[in-house]
Design a protein around this ligand. Structure first.
Ligand code: C5P
Length: 223
């Protein structure tokens, strides 16, 4: 690999999205939010009223360019509770995973020279998409802490949802993501594990940045 590849895996609402976004910007890395592909797929699946038994032919007829454009255009609506639940359900299907992982691996291969590297964030980044990554993180925090953070975010966005519902949805998603047969969420081998339950966002950023600079010192000169 000529460019640096960093993976950040972890459960829903562990803060890995905001962290990856911030660090990518600071280090001039491309940020790949892998979950949005499962969300986009779920939304298209629903929109096209695909029957479970038609999944294989739906995938073989789905043009990658159209799929990627669809995700870009519909980005905002892909975070609804309905899409989130369906994404997690469809993410269990091996044919869906193979289709999406291939697209994501191509993104790494064709990375524009202007970037110092790429940060992949999701569930299977260090285990399946980029097992040879230069540096892997597993970011987590207690379920209740994650639920509180997500609930606060929803309140800010004026979304009408109770804390209990947020907690239960996250718990359910954790179970689905960790117990599925294909590419379950797990700590990748050699990953640096960070439990950020007691850290503020900025503290986690600094911890992760220090680890990146200590493991890949040449990056310091490039930022
Ligand atoms: O990361 P995000 O919460 O947007 O992902 C939505 C869902 O997509 C997850 O709950 C998970 O089931 C699935 N996903 C996955 N593998 C990834 C990223 C997301 O299975 N790499």
């Amino acid at each position: 690999m000529s460019k640096f590849v960093i993976t950040i895996d972890g459960p829903a609402a562990s803060g890995k999205g905001s962290l990856s976004q911030k660090i990518s910007k600071e280090l001039n890395f491309y940020y790949l939010e892998t979950g949005i592909y499962y969300r986009g797929f779920a939304d298209l699946f629903h929109k096209n009223e695909v029957n479970g038994s038609d999944l294989t032919s739906f995938i073989s007829n789905l043009k990658i360019k159209y799929f990627e454009e669809y995700i870009k255009k519909n980005n905002k609506k892909l975070y609804s509770t309905k899409v989130t639940k369906l994404a997690s359900k469809l993410a269990k299907k091996v044919e869906v995973r193979l289709f999406i992982v291939k697209i994501q691996q191509e993104i790494i291969m064709k990375l524009d020279k202007k970037f110092n590297g790429i940060i992949l964030e999701g569930r299977d980044c260090g285990t399946v998409i980029a097992p040879e990554a230069d540096l892997k993180f597993y970011l987590t925090s207690h379920l209740k802490v994650r639920a509180e953070r997500r609930f606060k975010q929803f309140v800010q966005d004026k979304k009408d949802i109770s804390y209990e519902k947020v907690l239960n949805d996250l718990r359910e998603r954790d179970i689905q993501d960790k117990s599925r047969v294909h590419s379950p969420l797990q700590k990748p081998k050699n990953a640096v594990v960070i439990d950020n339950s007691n850290y503020k966002f900025e503290e986690t950023i600094n911890i992760v940045k220090n680890i990146i600079f200590s493991r890949i010192p040449t990056l310091k000169n490039k930022t």
